[in-house]
Design a binder for this molecule. Structure first.
Ligand SMILES: [Zn+2]
Length: 505
Protein backbone atom coordinates (compact mmCIF):
# COMPACT_ATOMS: atom_id res chain seq x y z
CA UNK A 1 0.00 0.00 0.00
CA UNK A 2 1.52 3.28 -1.09
CA UNK A 3 0.03 6.75 -0.50
CA UNK A 4 1.05 9.99 -2.21
CA UNK A 5 -0.33 13.35 -1.16
CA UNK A 6 -0.55 16.05 -3.82
CA UNK A 7 -2.45 18.66 -1.83
CA UNK A 8 -3.82 19.29 1.63
CA UNK A 9 -0.72 17.67 3.17
CA UNK A 10 0.39 19.87 6.04
CA UNK A 11 -1.79 22.71 4.71
CA UNK A 12 -5.45 23.54 4.31
CA UNK A 13 -5.17 23.01 0.54
CA UNK A 14 -7.44 20.84 -1.56
CA UNK A 15 -7.26 17.08 -1.14
CA UNK A 16 -5.63 15.01 -3.89
CA UNK A 17 -4.43 11.68 -2.47
CA UNK A 18 -3.19 8.93 -4.75
CA UNK A 19 -3.27 5.36 -3.43
CA UNK A 20 -1.64 2.25 -4.85
CA UNK A 21 -3.26 -0.95 -3.66
CA UNK A 22 -1.56 -4.02 -5.06
CA UNK A 23 -1.44 -3.42 -8.80
CA UNK A 24 -4.32 -0.90 -8.76
CA UNK A 25 -4.40 2.85 -8.34
CA UNK A 26 -7.03 5.40 -7.31
CA UNK A 27 -7.43 9.00 -6.26
CA UNK A 28 -9.20 10.00 -3.07
CA UNK A 29 -10.71 13.36 -4.05
CA UNK A 30 -9.20 15.73 -6.61
CA UNK A 31 -9.83 19.17 -5.18
CA UNK A 32 -8.92 22.74 -5.92
CA UNK A 33 -5.94 23.86 -3.79
CA UNK A 34 -7.21 26.93 -1.92
CA UNK A 35 -3.74 27.59 -0.49
CA UNK A 36 -2.06 27.98 -3.91
CA UNK A 37 -5.06 29.84 -5.28
CA UNK A 38 -4.84 32.34 -2.40
CA UNK A 39 -1.13 32.81 -3.07
CA UNK A 40 -1.32 33.70 -6.79
CA UNK A 41 -4.89 34.29 -7.89
CA UNK A 42 -7.74 36.72 -7.45
CA UNK A 43 -11.07 37.19 -9.17
CA UNK A 44 -9.48 38.45 -12.40
CA UNK A 45 -6.06 36.77 -12.10
CA UNK A 46 -6.71 33.15 -13.02
CA UNK A 47 -4.98 30.36 -15.00
CA UNK A 48 -6.01 30.85 -18.64
CA UNK A 49 -8.54 28.41 -20.12
CA UNK A 50 -6.81 28.48 -23.53
CA UNK A 51 -3.61 27.04 -22.04
CA UNK A 52 -5.39 23.91 -20.77
CA UNK A 53 -3.36 22.10 -18.12
CA UNK A 54 -0.24 24.15 -18.60
CA UNK A 55 -0.91 27.18 -16.34
CA UNK A 56 -2.23 24.89 -13.59
CA UNK A 57 0.88 22.67 -13.80
CA UNK A 58 3.26 25.64 -13.73
CA UNK A 59 1.51 27.13 -10.69
CA UNK A 60 1.78 23.75 -8.90
CA UNK A 61 -2.02 23.49 -8.72
CA UNK A 62 -1.94 20.13 -10.55
CA UNK A 63 0.64 17.39 -9.96
CA UNK A 64 2.75 16.50 -13.07
CA UNK A 65 1.13 13.11 -13.74
CA UNK A 66 -0.18 11.48 -16.91
CA UNK A 67 -3.77 11.15 -15.68
CA UNK A 68 -5.30 14.12 -17.53
CA UNK A 69 -7.56 14.67 -20.54
CA UNK A 70 -5.35 14.66 -23.67
CA UNK A 71 -7.48 17.44 -25.18
CA UNK A 72 -6.22 19.82 -22.48
CA UNK A 73 -2.54 19.40 -23.49
CA UNK A 74 -1.33 22.33 -25.61
CA UNK A 75 1.50 21.66 -28.10
CA UNK A 76 4.20 22.97 -25.73
CA UNK A 77 3.29 20.53 -22.94
CA UNK A 78 5.48 17.49 -23.50
CA UNK A 79 4.41 14.00 -22.48
CA UNK A 80 7.86 13.57 -20.89
CA UNK A 81 6.95 16.26 -18.31
CA UNK A 82 4.22 14.01 -16.88
CA UNK A 83 5.05 11.01 -14.68
CA UNK A 84 3.21 7.73 -15.23
CA UNK A 85 0.50 6.99 -12.67
CA UNK A 86 -2.20 4.34 -12.55
CA UNK A 87 -5.74 5.56 -11.87
CA UNK A 88 -8.54 2.98 -11.95
CA UNK A 89 -11.09 5.13 -10.11
CA UNK A 90 -11.71 8.38 -8.27
CA UNK A 91 -13.45 8.19 -4.89
CA UNK A 92 -15.13 11.53 -4.27
CA UNK A 93 -16.01 12.26 -0.64
CA UNK A 94 -18.28 15.33 -0.96
CA UNK A 95 -19.38 18.39 -2.92
CA UNK A 96 -16.91 21.00 -1.64
CA UNK A 97 -14.57 22.41 -4.27
CA UNK A 98 -11.41 21.69 -2.26
CA UNK A 99 -12.40 18.04 -2.83
CA UNK A 100 -13.96 17.99 -6.32
CA UNK A 101 -12.75 21.25 -7.94
CA UNK A 102 -10.17 19.72 -10.35
CA UNK A 103 -11.96 16.49 -11.26
CA UNK A 104 -12.77 17.93 -14.69
CA UNK A 105 -9.07 17.72 -15.64
CA UNK A 106 -8.93 13.94 -15.17
CA UNK A 107 -9.19 11.55 -18.14
CA UNK A 108 -12.85 11.05 -18.93
CA UNK A 109 -12.61 7.24 -18.74
CA UNK A 110 -11.72 7.30 -15.02
CA UNK A 111 -14.94 6.33 -13.19
CA UNK A 112 -16.07 8.52 -10.27
CA UNK A 113 -17.55 6.90 -7.14
CA UNK A 114 -19.75 9.22 -5.04
CA UNK A 115 -22.98 9.29 -3.06
CA UNK A 116 -26.22 10.08 -4.95
CA UNK A 117 -26.50 13.31 -2.93
CA UNK A 118 -22.99 14.45 -3.91
CA UNK A 119 -23.91 13.70 -7.53
CA UNK A 120 -27.18 15.67 -7.21
CA UNK A 121 -25.53 18.74 -5.71
CA UNK A 122 -22.72 18.80 -8.27
CA UNK A 123 -25.18 18.29 -11.11
CA UNK A 124 -27.16 21.38 -10.04
CA UNK A 125 -23.96 23.30 -9.48
CA UNK A 126 -22.72 22.55 -13.02
CA UNK A 127 -26.04 23.63 -14.51
CA UNK A 128 -26.00 27.08 -12.91
CA UNK A 129 -22.23 27.57 -12.60
CA UNK A 130 -19.71 29.20 -14.87
CA UNK A 131 -18.30 25.89 -16.14
CA UNK A 132 -14.84 25.44 -17.68
CA UNK A 133 -12.50 22.43 -17.73
CA UNK A 134 -11.77 22.15 -13.94
CA UNK A 135 -15.42 21.48 -13.16
CA UNK A 136 -16.46 19.59 -16.33
CA UNK A 137 -17.59 16.72 -14.15
CA UNK A 138 -20.19 15.08 -16.37
CA UNK A 139 -19.42 15.66 -20.02
CA UNK A 140 -17.32 18.05 -22.05
CA UNK A 141 -16.68 19.16 -25.59
CA UNK A 142 -13.27 17.92 -26.67
CA UNK A 143 -10.92 20.90 -27.11
CA UNK A 144 -8.66 21.24 -30.16
CA UNK A 145 -5.33 22.90 -30.89
CA UNK A 146 -5.80 26.30 -32.49
CA UNK A 147 -4.92 25.92 -36.16
CA UNK A 148 -2.35 28.72 -36.46
CA UNK A 149 -1.13 28.57 -32.81
CA UNK A 150 -1.10 25.01 -31.38
CA UNK A 151 0.05 26.22 -27.96
CA UNK A 152 -3.50 27.51 -27.51
CA UNK A 153 -6.64 25.35 -27.13
CA UNK A 154 -10.02 26.20 -28.59
CA UNK A 155 -13.53 24.79 -28.38
CA UNK A 156 -14.53 23.75 -31.92
CA UNK A 157 -17.68 25.46 -33.16
CA UNK A 158 -18.59 22.97 -35.86
CA UNK A 159 -21.51 20.59 -35.59
CA UNK A 160 -19.30 17.52 -35.68
CA UNK A 161 -17.51 18.33 -32.46
CA UNK A 162 -16.88 15.47 -30.08
CA UNK A 163 -18.42 15.21 -26.62
CA UNK A 164 -16.97 12.92 -23.96
CA UNK A 165 -19.04 11.78 -20.99
CA UNK A 166 -17.87 10.40 -17.67
CA UNK A 167 -18.97 7.33 -15.73
CA UNK A 168 -20.49 8.00 -12.29
CA UNK A 169 -20.83 5.07 -9.93
CA UNK A 170 -23.26 5.94 -7.16
CA UNK A 171 -23.04 4.44 -3.67
CA UNK A 172 -26.84 4.18 -3.39
CA UNK A 173 -30.03 4.79 -5.32
CA UNK A 174 -31.62 8.20 -5.91
CA UNK A 175 -35.33 8.36 -5.12
CA UNK A 176 -36.12 9.86 -8.49
CA UNK A 177 -34.07 8.77 -11.49
CA UNK A 178 -34.33 11.85 -13.71
CA UNK A 179 -33.43 11.46 -17.42
CA UNK A 180 -31.88 14.94 -17.54
CA UNK A 181 -29.18 13.63 -15.22
CA UNK A 182 -27.75 11.91 -18.29
CA UNK A 183 -27.28 15.14 -20.18
CA UNK A 184 -26.55 14.51 -23.86
CA UNK A 185 -26.65 10.76 -23.23
CA UNK A 186 -22.86 10.71 -22.90
CA UNK A 187 -22.62 10.71 -19.09
CA UNK A 188 -23.17 7.23 -17.63
CA UNK A 189 -24.75 7.07 -14.16
CA UNK A 190 -25.40 3.81 -12.32
CA UNK A 191 -25.43 2.30 -8.87
CA UNK A 192 -22.23 0.48 -7.93
CA UNK A 193 -21.87 -2.90 -6.29
CA UNK A 194 -18.86 -2.40 -3.99
CA UNK A 195 -16.23 -3.45 -6.53
CA UNK A 196 -14.76 -1.41 -9.35
CA UNK A 197 -11.80 -2.26 -11.60
CA UNK A 198 -10.60 -4.85 -9.03
CA UNK A 199 -10.81 -2.39 -6.12
CA UNK A 200 -13.23 -3.47 -3.39
CA UNK A 201 -14.81 -0.48 -1.64
CA UNK A 202 -17.24 0.35 1.14
CA UNK A 203 -18.97 3.73 1.46
CA UNK A 204 -20.11 5.25 4.77
CA UNK A 205 -22.31 8.35 5.08
CA UNK A 206 -20.79 10.88 7.51
CA UNK A 207 -21.91 14.19 9.01
CA UNK A 208 -20.45 17.35 7.40
CA UNK A 209 -21.60 20.84 6.40
CA UNK A 210 -22.84 19.59 3.03
CA UNK A 211 -25.31 16.71 2.63
CA UNK A 212 -24.00 13.52 1.00
CA UNK A 213 -20.53 13.46 2.59
CA UNK A 214 -19.06 9.96 2.45
CA UNK A 215 -16.05 8.17 3.93
CA UNK A 216 -14.56 5.24 2.01
CA UNK A 217 -12.68 2.04 2.75
CA UNK A 218 -10.70 0.40 -0.08
CA UNK A 219 -8.66 -2.71 -0.70
CA UNK A 220 -7.36 -4.75 -3.60
CA UNK A 221 -7.89 -8.52 -3.64
CA UNK A 222 -7.39 -9.92 -0.15
CA UNK A 223 -5.12 -6.98 0.77
CA UNK A 224 -5.43 -4.79 3.82
CA UNK A 225 -8.02 -2.04 4.12
CA UNK A 226 -7.32 1.66 3.75
CA UNK A 227 -9.90 4.06 5.23
CA UNK A 228 -10.37 7.68 4.09
CA UNK A 229 -12.60 9.99 6.13
CA UNK A 230 -13.07 12.96 3.77
CA UNK A 231 -14.38 15.87 5.87
CA UNK A 232 -16.56 15.01 8.84
CA UNK A 233 -17.94 16.10 12.19
CA UNK A 234 -20.17 14.81 14.97
CA UNK A 235 -22.10 17.91 16.02
CA UNK A 236 -24.63 18.21 13.17
CA UNK A 237 -28.06 16.61 12.81
CA UNK A 238 -26.42 13.55 11.19
CA UNK A 239 -23.69 13.20 13.84
CA UNK A 240 -24.82 9.62 14.48
CA UNK A 241 -23.67 8.60 10.99
CA UNK A 242 -20.08 9.57 11.86
CA UNK A 243 -20.27 7.34 14.96
CA UNK A 244 -21.60 4.47 12.81
CA UNK A 245 -18.81 4.99 10.26
CA UNK A 246 -16.17 4.71 13.00
CA UNK A 247 -17.77 1.55 14.44
CA UNK A 248 -18.02 -0.13 11.03
CA UNK A 249 -14.54 0.89 9.88
CA UNK A 250 -13.11 -0.63 13.07
CA UNK A 251 -14.46 -4.05 12.03
CA UNK A 252 -12.23 -3.94 8.93
CA UNK A 253 -9.09 -3.72 11.16
CA UNK A 254 -7.62 -1.26 8.64
CA UNK A 255 -3.94 -0.88 7.96
CA UNK A 256 -4.19 2.89 7.59
CA UNK A 257 -6.62 5.73 8.17
CA UNK A 258 -6.34 9.01 6.27
CA UNK A 259 -8.30 11.58 8.25
CA UNK A 260 -8.81 15.35 8.22
CA UNK A 261 -7.32 17.43 11.04
CA UNK A 262 -8.70 20.78 9.92
CA UNK A 263 -9.43 22.30 13.32
CA UNK A 264 -6.33 21.15 15.13
CA UNK A 265 -4.38 24.15 16.43
CA UNK A 266 -7.15 26.60 15.57
CA UNK A 267 -8.18 29.02 18.31
CA UNK A 268 -11.32 27.91 20.12
CA UNK A 269 -13.55 29.75 22.56
CA UNK A 270 -13.92 26.58 24.62
CA UNK A 271 -17.63 26.19 23.77
CA UNK A 272 -18.26 23.62 21.04
CA UNK A 273 -20.99 25.13 18.90
CA UNK A 274 -23.43 22.51 17.56
CA UNK A 275 -26.00 22.95 14.78
CA UNK A 276 -28.69 22.68 17.47
CA UNK A 277 -27.17 25.63 19.36
CA UNK A 278 -26.96 27.63 16.11
CA UNK A 279 -30.64 26.88 15.51
CA UNK A 280 -31.50 28.17 19.01
CA UNK A 281 -29.47 31.38 18.60
CA UNK A 282 -30.82 32.12 15.11
CA UNK A 283 -34.41 31.43 16.25
CA UNK A 284 -33.97 33.88 19.16
CA UNK A 285 -32.49 36.52 16.82
CA UNK A 286 -35.46 36.17 14.42
CA UNK A 287 -37.98 36.30 17.28
CA UNK A 288 -36.39 39.54 18.50
CA UNK A 289 -36.36 41.07 15.01
CA UNK A 290 -38.65 43.79 13.86
CA UNK A 291 -39.04 44.06 10.12
CA UNK A 292 -37.37 42.03 7.44
CA UNK A 293 -34.87 39.24 8.24
CA UNK A 294 -32.02 38.30 5.89
CA UNK A 295 -30.40 34.88 6.49
CA UNK A 296 -26.90 34.60 4.99
CA UNK A 297 -25.27 31.16 4.86
CA UNK A 298 -23.30 29.03 2.39
CA UNK A 299 -25.39 28.11 -0.69
CA UNK A 300 -24.76 24.37 -0.43
CA UNK A 301 -25.22 24.09 3.34
CA UNK A 302 -28.66 22.49 3.04
CA UNK A 303 -28.74 21.52 6.70
CA UNK A 304 -28.53 25.24 7.59
CA UNK A 305 -31.21 25.95 4.96
CA UNK A 306 -33.48 23.33 6.56
CA UNK A 307 -32.78 25.00 9.93
CA UNK A 308 -33.89 28.40 8.60
CA UNK A 309 -36.94 26.90 6.86
CA UNK A 310 -37.96 25.57 10.26
CA UNK A 311 -37.27 28.93 11.96
CA UNK A 312 -39.33 30.78 9.34
CA UNK A 313 -42.19 28.32 9.89
CA UNK A 314 -42.06 28.73 13.68
CA UNK A 315 -41.98 32.53 13.53
CA UNK A 316 -44.77 32.83 10.95
CA UNK A 317 -42.56 34.20 8.19
CA UNK A 318 -42.40 33.28 4.52
CA UNK A 319 -39.03 31.83 3.60
CA UNK A 320 -37.85 33.41 0.34
CA UNK A 321 -34.97 31.97 -1.73
CA UNK A 322 -33.38 32.83 -5.08
CA UNK A 323 -34.02 30.89 -8.29
CA UNK A 324 -30.45 29.53 -8.05
CA UNK A 325 -31.35 27.91 -4.71
CA UNK A 326 -34.37 26.29 -6.40
CA UNK A 327 -32.08 24.55 -8.92
CA UNK A 328 -30.15 22.96 -6.03
CA UNK A 329 -33.28 22.12 -4.04
CA UNK A 330 -34.95 20.36 -6.97
CA UNK A 331 -31.82 18.25 -7.47
CA UNK A 332 -31.37 17.49 -3.74
CA UNK A 333 -35.09 16.60 -3.48
CA UNK A 334 -34.56 13.81 -6.02
CA UNK A 335 -32.31 12.09 -3.49
CA UNK A 336 -33.80 12.90 -0.08
CA UNK A 337 -37.41 13.00 -1.28
CA UNK A 338 -37.95 16.35 0.47
CA UNK A 339 -39.26 18.74 -2.18
CA UNK A 340 -39.60 21.73 0.22
CA UNK A 341 -41.70 23.48 -2.46
CA UNK A 342 -44.71 24.28 -0.25
CA UNK A 343 -42.47 25.89 2.39
CA UNK A 344 -40.65 28.28 0.07
CA UNK A 345 -41.20 31.38 -2.03
CA UNK A 346 -38.91 32.39 -4.91
CA UNK A 347 -37.71 36.00 -4.93
CA UNK A 348 -38.66 37.91 -8.10
CA UNK A 349 -35.37 39.74 -8.51
CA UNK A 350 -35.63 42.44 -11.17
CA UNK A 351 -32.44 41.45 -13.01
CA UNK A 352 -33.18 40.79 -16.71
CA UNK A 353 -32.38 37.05 -16.68
CA UNK A 354 -33.79 36.60 -13.18
CA UNK A 355 -37.25 37.76 -14.25
CA UNK A 356 -37.34 35.14 -17.05
CA UNK A 357 -36.19 32.35 -14.75
CA UNK A 358 -38.57 33.24 -11.91
CA UNK A 359 -41.42 33.50 -14.45
CA UNK A 360 -40.66 29.93 -15.56
CA UNK A 361 -40.62 28.69 -11.94
CA UNK A 362 -43.95 30.45 -11.29
CA UNK A 363 -45.47 28.55 -14.24
CA UNK A 364 -44.10 25.33 -12.71
CA UNK A 365 -46.07 26.00 -9.53
CA UNK A 366 -43.44 27.67 -7.34
CA UNK A 367 -44.78 30.46 -5.09
CA UNK A 368 -43.25 33.82 -6.06
CA UNK A 369 -42.55 36.80 -3.76
CA UNK A 370 -42.37 40.19 -5.46
CA UNK A 371 -40.12 42.91 -3.92
CA UNK A 372 -43.28 44.99 -3.34
CA UNK A 373 -44.96 42.12 -1.40
CA UNK A 374 -41.91 41.99 0.88
CA UNK A 375 -41.64 45.79 1.28
CA UNK A 376 -45.34 45.96 2.23
CA UNK A 377 -45.08 43.23 4.91
CA UNK A 378 -41.39 42.98 5.93
CA UNK A 379 -42.02 41.24 9.24
CA UNK A 380 -43.78 38.41 7.42
CA UNK A 381 -40.72 37.51 5.35
CA UNK A 382 -37.24 36.05 5.68
CA UNK A 383 -34.89 36.22 2.68
CA UNK A 384 -31.94 33.88 2.07
CA UNK A 385 -29.33 36.09 0.43
CA UNK A 386 -25.59 36.68 0.63
CA UNK A 387 -23.07 39.37 -0.30
CA UNK A 388 -23.35 38.62 -4.03
CA UNK A 389 -27.13 39.20 -3.88
CA UNK A 390 -27.00 42.64 -2.23
CA UNK A 391 -28.08 44.60 -5.35
CA UNK A 392 -31.35 42.61 -5.27
CA UNK A 393 -32.24 44.38 -2.02
CA UNK A 394 -32.22 47.72 -3.84
CA UNK A 395 -35.58 46.64 -5.31
CA UNK A 396 -37.14 46.92 -1.84
CA UNK A 397 -38.31 50.43 -1.24
CA UNK A 398 -37.62 50.46 2.49
CA UNK A 399 -34.82 50.26 5.06
CA UNK A 400 -34.36 48.35 8.31
CA UNK A 401 -34.50 44.81 9.68
CA UNK A 402 -32.00 42.19 10.85
CA UNK A 403 -29.14 40.63 8.87
CA UNK A 404 -28.09 37.24 10.30
CA UNK A 405 -24.63 36.19 9.17
CA UNK A 406 -24.35 32.43 9.63
CA UNK A 407 -21.10 31.49 7.86
CA UNK A 408 -17.68 30.02 8.50
CA UNK A 409 -15.10 32.31 10.05
CA UNK A 410 -12.10 30.41 8.69
CA UNK A 411 -13.33 30.73 5.14
CA UNK A 412 -14.42 34.32 5.41
CA UNK A 413 -11.22 35.64 6.91
CA UNK A 414 -9.78 35.10 3.42
CA UNK A 415 -12.24 37.55 1.95
CA UNK A 416 -12.16 40.34 4.48
CA UNK A 417 -12.57 42.95 1.74
CA UNK A 418 -15.92 41.48 0.75
CA UNK A 419 -17.00 41.32 4.38
CA UNK A 420 -16.18 44.99 4.84
CA UNK A 421 -18.27 45.77 1.76
CA UNK A 422 -21.08 43.59 3.15
CA UNK A 423 -21.02 45.69 6.34
CA UNK A 424 -21.31 48.84 4.20
CA UNK A 425 -24.38 47.36 2.46
CA UNK A 426 -26.05 46.48 5.77
CA UNK A 427 -25.47 50.06 6.98
CA UNK A 428 -26.84 51.50 3.73
CA UNK A 429 -29.96 49.37 4.02
CA UNK A 430 -30.38 50.02 7.76
CA UNK A 431 -29.99 46.42 8.97
CA UNK A 432 -28.94 45.44 12.43
CA UNK A 433 -26.20 42.82 11.95
CA UNK A 434 -25.98 39.57 13.95
CA UNK A 435 -23.08 37.12 13.61
CA UNK A 436 -20.81 39.82 12.21
CA UNK A 437 -19.80 43.07 13.91
CA UNK A 438 -17.36 45.95 13.80
CA UNK A 439 -15.75 46.43 17.22
CA UNK A 440 -13.43 49.45 17.63
CA UNK A 441 -13.12 49.73 13.88
CA UNK A 442 -12.17 46.04 13.42
CA UNK A 443 -14.36 43.49 11.70
CA UNK A 444 -15.16 40.52 13.94
CA UNK A 445 -17.60 37.65 14.40
CA UNK A 446 -20.32 37.31 16.99
CA UNK A 447 -20.18 33.74 18.34
CA UNK A 448 -23.15 31.41 18.20
CA UNK A 449 -24.36 31.85 14.62
CA UNK A 450 -22.21 29.21 12.94
CA UNK A 451 -21.06 25.66 13.72
CA UNK A 452 -17.96 24.22 12.05
CA UNK A 453 -18.16 21.49 9.41
CA UNK A 454 -15.18 19.71 10.93
CA UNK A 455 -14.47 17.46 13.89
CA UNK A 456 -13.60 19.11 17.20
CA UNK A 457 -10.18 17.80 18.36
CA UNK A 458 -11.70 15.62 21.13
CA UNK A 459 -14.11 14.05 18.59
CA UNK A 460 -11.19 13.52 16.18
CA UNK A 461 -9.29 11.46 18.78
CA UNK A 462 -12.47 9.55 19.59
CA UNK A 463 -13.01 8.57 15.93
CA UNK A 464 -9.36 7.54 15.56
CA UNK A 465 -9.39 5.49 18.79
CA UNK A 466 -12.59 3.73 17.70
CA UNK A 467 -11.31 2.84 14.23
CA UNK A 468 -7.95 1.89 15.72
CA UNK A 469 -5.91 1.56 12.49
CA UNK A 470 -2.23 0.57 12.49
CA UNK A 471 -1.25 4.04 11.32
CA UNK A 472 -2.97 7.39 10.85
CA UNK A 473 -2.07 9.90 8.15
CA UNK A 474 -3.53 13.40 8.67
CA UNK A 475 -4.59 15.38 5.63
CA UNK A 476 -5.98 18.90 5.38
CA UNK A 477 -4.22 19.82 8.60
CA UNK A 478 -2.35 23.07 9.24
CA UNK A 479 -0.59 21.70 12.36
CA UNK A 480 0.60 18.16 11.48
CA UNK A 481 3.31 18.08 14.20
CA UNK A 482 0.71 18.86 16.86
CA UNK A 483 -1.49 16.14 15.34
CA UNK A 484 1.33 13.57 15.63
CA UNK A 485 2.00 14.63 19.22
CA UNK A 486 -1.61 14.26 20.38
CA UNK A 487 -2.86 11.39 18.20
CA UNK A 488 -3.57 8.18 20.17
CA UNK A 489 -2.36 5.99 17.24
CA UNK A 490 1.09 6.03 15.51
CA UNK A 491 1.08 8.81 12.92
CA UNK A 492 2.88 9.22 9.61
CA UNK A 493 3.05 12.81 8.39
CA UNK A 494 2.58 13.31 4.65
CA UNK A 495 4.79 15.55 2.55
CA UNK A 496 3.44 16.97 -0.68
CA UNK A 497 4.52 14.83 -3.66
CA UNK A 498 6.41 12.24 -1.57
CA UNK A 499 5.11 8.67 -1.32
CA UNK A 500 4.51 6.82 1.92
CA UNK A 501 5.09 3.09 1.55
CA UNK A 502 3.08 1.09 4.05
CA UNK A 503 4.25 -2.37 2.96
CA UNK A 504 2.85 -5.04 0.67
CA UNK A 505 -0.88 -5.66 0.37
ZN1 LIG B 1 -15.79 19.87 3.16
Amino acid sequence: MRLTFYGGAGTIGGNKVHVELGGRGAFLDFGEPFDIDAMYCSEYVRPRAGRGLRDFLRLGMLPPLDCYRPDLCPADLLASELRAVRVDALFLSHAHSDHYGHVGFLRHDIPIVASPMTYAILRASSEIGRGGPPTELFDHTVRELKEDEPRVLVTPRTKGRQVHGREWVLTGRAIEDAPEWRKGGSCMVHEGGGELNDIEYRAYPVDHSVYGATAFALREGEGEWLVYSGDLRMHGANGGSTVMFADEARRLAPKALIIEGTRLGRPSSGVEMTEEMVRGNCLAAVEESEGLVIADFSANNFERLDTFIDIAHRTGRRMVVTHRDVAFLESVGRVDGNVRKDLLWVYRSLGRDDVEEVGRLGREGWQVADPDDIANAPDEHMLCLSFWDMPKLLDLDRRGGTYIYSNSMAYDLRRTDDLQKLMNWTRLLGFECRGLAVVDGTLGFEEGFHASGHLAPEDLWRVISTISPEVVVPVHCACPELFAELCPVPTVLPEKGRSIDLGSD
